[in-house]
Write a protein that binds this ligand. Structure first.
Ligand code: ATP
Ligand code: MG
Length: 362
């Protein structure tokens, strides 16, 4: 088995670097939307931060996961890690871990849950949105507690920075509140984490405001050349343009949104936009150009992915190693938490009393 290489992290002066907590639910392969919304920011962070990437499978349980979803966790975890490595995340510089395998997170969520009110959680628009997205008419207790689970995720590795989309900023705010309340009630255990709002939502190939795998409007990082071609050819453009000589609209046209993001030659994009607006270029030509641009972007990603996938056992070993590292961190944090709360003391006192009584009875 090919062992993951960890030398870079061990030799780096890592302990003084700020710690990041970020991650994904293991629901499937990542697409260009994930690249724009999160992966590109993770790439920018990876070498001057200590990054913890959570594979957040417990977060799938907060809505209503099917048995099938749960059965695919291990596969999806592997795909997600491969997608990260494929775009250039350095396996030696980051820690990938499986949330459900770090049991301290269940403990910490419970201990933190007295530091936030039901009213506060009910006010969050994200909870209602998630319930309706999952087709739930009523909000399960687990979903209401989802931001508290997120707080446990963030506070367990004592993270300093949490990159989030604008819509999730309120969850980090709850985490900050919980951490402040814990520290002032029991003693300084947690750094107060900062949200780092990362921007950018990529539109879908169908023109929908968000690329999403459940809307079937996504281009996956792992799509092969033929799939990419098919997806680009069938992309939504300006519906007014039944002929190539009709002046077209560039704004809100996903083909140009993608070019703006992925074509490094901005002058060429500007020229193409000018021709599109005056009706001197057809959709077929614009799409052919976009296909070239995306192929140039995705082909090295595809190759790196295949290389890592071919290294038997590498990805699984990486997740195992990262999870073990996270377990060590989690144990340390829980020791500090229980000591601060005086929880360890209660158990120890009972054990001591029991031992004494036992000796007396002898
Ligand atoms: P599903 O259809 O199952 O909801 P999805 O493709 O929408 O899946 P999510 O798992 O919901 O992906 O996305 C997780 C995170 O990835 C989001 O919170 C967001 O940060 C980022 N993300 C997903 N899609 C996009 C997108 N189109 N543009 C920017 N960021 C995105
Ligand atoms: Mg989604």
């Amino acid at each position: 088995m090919d062992e993951p290489h960890t030398a870079a992290r061990e030799t780096a002066p890592g302990e003084h670097r700020k710690r990041i907590l970020t991650g994904d639910r293991p629901t499937g392969c990542l697409h260009l939307g994930h690249y724009v919304g999160s992966l590109r920011h993770r790439l920018a962070f990876q070498h001057d931060h200590d990054s913890f990437f959570i594979i957040a499978d417990l977060h799938m349980l907060t809505t209503k996961p099917s048995k099938d979803d749960i059965e695919h966790i291990s596969e999806h975890a592997r795909e997600i890690v491969l997608d990260h490595l494929a775009v250039g995340i350095d396996p030696a510089a980051v820690t990938f871990y499986l949330q459900s395998a770090v049991h301290e997170v269940y403990e910490l969520q419970l201990l933190l849950s007295s530091l936030v009110t039901v009213e506060r959680l009910q006010q969050l628009p994200t909870i209602k949105d998630m319930a309706s997205a999952a087709g739930l008419e009523q909000i399960p207790y687990s979903l209401l507690g989802y931001p508290v689970l997120q707080a446990a995720d963030i506070l367990l590795p004592r993270a300093h920075v949490v990159p989030v989309g604008k819509d999730n900023e309120s969850h980090v705010e709850i985490t900050r509140q919980i951490a402040r309340r814990f520290n002032s009630a029991y003693g300084e255990v947690f750094p107060i984490p900062d949200a780092f709002v990362v921007g950018g939502t990529l539109v879908g190939t169908d023109g929908n405001a968000k690329m999403s795998k459940s809307l079937d409007n996504a281009i996956f990082l792992s799509d092969d050349a033929a799939t990419l071609r098919r997806r680009v050819r069938s992309m939504y453009t300006d519906p007014k343009r039944v002929h190539a000589d009709i002046p077209g609209t560039v704004e809100g046209n996903p083909v140009f949104d993608y070019l703006d993001l992925f074509d490094p030659d901005t002058a060429a994009v500007d020229a193409l936009k000018a021709r599109y607006r005056t009706g001197t270029v057809g959709d077929v030509e614009v799409k052919a150009h976009l296909l070239e641009v995306l192929e140039a972007f995705l082909s090295p990603i595809r190759e790196r992915r295949a290389d890592y996938a071919a290294r038997g056992g590498f990805v699984d070993a990486l997740i195992v190693e990262g999870t073990l590292r996270m377990r060590d961190e989690a144990r340390e944090t829980m020791k500090a938490v229980k000591q601060a709360m005086g929880l360890t003391g209660a158990w120890n006192r009972i054990v001591r009393r029991a031992e004494k009584a036992h000796k007396r009875a002898e």
